[in-house]
Design a protein. Structure first.
Length: 363
């Protein structure tokens, strides 16, 4: 009787897999703006520029209204605007942001100290709360993280009346740009049609290898040089693939889909036996198949979820003893589920975008 209703989770997993591209193509951006006047409304949400009516715009300085419009130009699903006092500290608003659902966060006109504080908050919150928040910072000093994009162009020249501005004033544009970027496309694929030019770093290659997100001037257009985050240190399960924003976006999607579906539909609802674990595994594998169909995972690779034999073996040793557990074969290990723990592992190959091109022509 424990298995009644379990096939429903397979349907759920297939459904979220089939809609992955659509869901992941328009994320939520959260923009922190500074206002001089204290307001009882610290958060507001907008889905289009049309939402910025005269009444709404009056709640912000003209500069901040422009920043909100910059975010929306990137076509995120929505922008959440968080107000902090210009004479306040970032630590006042960050704990309140934790209760919001968003994908990308940035601060308009943040100081170097504030940019670095935001980067540190992203790292600690993702680690302690199992979140996958992503930030765009400007010249933050503590980054080296796959969830942090560190923008470093010193100047950006808009085509409108703003003209040349310092790079910190472009963060709003970038969080909207990245939140609205499809899961099937690298950041280098789009141009910034509202930008005249940028001041490039002295050496683009060096900046990229340093984990910097930079724009460059390309035949009259402004483009992203590489769609990378700030990750530099690899090893112990952290690979070079994770330096790419597109790969990390799909990683986050898979993590959140599996974790949230487990929590909502499965956790605590069924007995921890092998049959139920296999049903969960089959459902996750169906989800992987859906991601293959959408070209998020490589269908030439064996994308699979399975029981982590070694983890389950180690868990059973304190209870049954080393000698007894060592005598069990893999099938026996799988049968010996342990307490409330479900030990699963998996192997997937996330598809990146085509960014580099080489062709030889012989004549």
């Amino acid at each position: 009787m424990a298995n009644i209703g379990l096939p429903n989770i397979s349907i759920v997993f297939k459904g979220i897999g089939a809609s992955a591209v659509q869901r992941g193509s328009r994320g939520i951006a959260l923009l922190i703006v500074k206002e001089d006047v204290e307001s009882s409304t610290e958060f507001a949400e907008y889905t289009s520029i049309d939402d910025l009516t005269t009444e709404e715009s009056a709640k912000y300085t003209a500069t901040n209204v422009q920043y909100i419009k910059d975010v929306l130009k990137g076509t995120p699903s929505k922008v959440i605007v968080a107000k902090m006092l210009s004479f306040g500290v970032l630590a006042d608003i960050l704990p309140k942001i934790k209760g919001k659902k968003f994908d990308w966060i940035g601060i308009a006109e943040g100081t170097t100290a504030e940019q670095t504080e935001l980067a540190s908050w992203i790292k600690s919150t993702n680690s302690s709360d199992n979140k996958t928040y992503k930030a765009v910072t400007y010249k933050a000093t503590t980054t080296d993280d796959k969830q942090i994009v560190n923008f470093t162009n010193t100047d950006v020249t808009f085509k409108d009346s703003r003209g040349k501005v310092t790079g910190d004033k472009f963060v709003a544009r970038l969080i909207g740009f990245l939140a609205g970027l499809p899961l099937t496309m690298s950041a280098i694929a789009k141009t910034f049609d509202d930008v005249e030019s940028v001041t490039e770093p002295a050496d683009l290659e060096t900046a990229i290898n340093n984990g910097e997100f930079v724009l460059f001037n390309d035949d009259g257009q402004t483009r992203v040089a590489r769609g990378i985050n700030s990750l530099k240190t690899t090893g112990e399960g952290v690979t070079d693939d994770m330096k790419y924003i597109l790969v990390v976006e799909v990683m986050n999607l898979i993590y959140n889909d599996i974790y949230n579906t487990w929590k909502q539909f499965y956790k605590g609802k069924y007995k921890n036996n092998l049959d139920n674990q296999f049903l969960l595994i089959d459902s996750i594998n169906s989800y992987f198949e859906a991601l293959e169909n959408d070209n998020l995972l490589d269908d030439e690779f064996d994308n699979k979820c399975f029981i982590d034999i070694e983890a389950q073996r180690l868990a059973n040793i304190p209870k049954y003893g080393q000698d007894v557990v060592d005598s069990w074969d893999a099938d026996k290990i799988m049968q010996m589920t342990f307490g409330t723990n479900v030990y699963l592992s998996g192997s997937v190959k996330i598809l990146n975008a085509m960014e580099d091109f080489s062709m030889k022509i012989n004549m």
